[in-house]
Write a new protein. Structure first.
Length: 141
């Protein structure tokens, strides 16, 4: 494993996830989520905890980076997008349906739409990670 590439890819991906997540979820579709909240009351904070999103984005970016670097061949932007898309969809499909099964946070509409939006979100991060990785030569740690 090339630690330098993993760290740089993870950081680039986490920054991308933070920025693109803000554009998608805070600006573009926030009203959709608010209109489709479940009956749970008092479950949401008045404002997001950004450091928690940062940690979550580091984790997801590391997963996407590992997915990209573990595929055969050189990373490309297209393959990075598809890798991020698939990982994002599978992760959020599982998380959203698990939360739906245990909580009243969202209605079923959000649980179906969210993994698709997250797939796009994570796909963009995967494309950026692949782009960055193509600029970093493979080498020994």
């Amino acid at each position: 494993m090339d630690t330098k590439r993993l760290v740089i890819g993870t950081l680039a991906g986490a920054i991308t996830l933070q920025v693109v997540g803000y554009l998608i979820f805070d600006l573009a579709v926030l009203d959709f989520y608010l209109e489709n909240a479940g009956p749970a009351t008092g479950a949401f904070r008045a404002g997001p905890v950004q450091w928690a999103f940062g940690l979550a984005n580091l984790s997801l970016a590391a997963l996407i980076t590992l997915g990209i670097t573990s595929r055969g061949g050189a990373p490309t932007i297209g393959r990075g997008f598809v890798t991020g898309l698939v990982i994002g969809f599978l992760v959020w499909f599982g998380v959203d349906f698990t939360l739906y099964g245990f909580t009243f946070l969202w209605n079923l509409t959000v649980v179906i739409v969210d993994p698709v939006l997250e797939a796009i979100h994570n796909g963009i991060a995967g494309a950026v990670i692949a782009f960055v990785l193509t600029r970093i030569p493979k080498g020994a740690d």
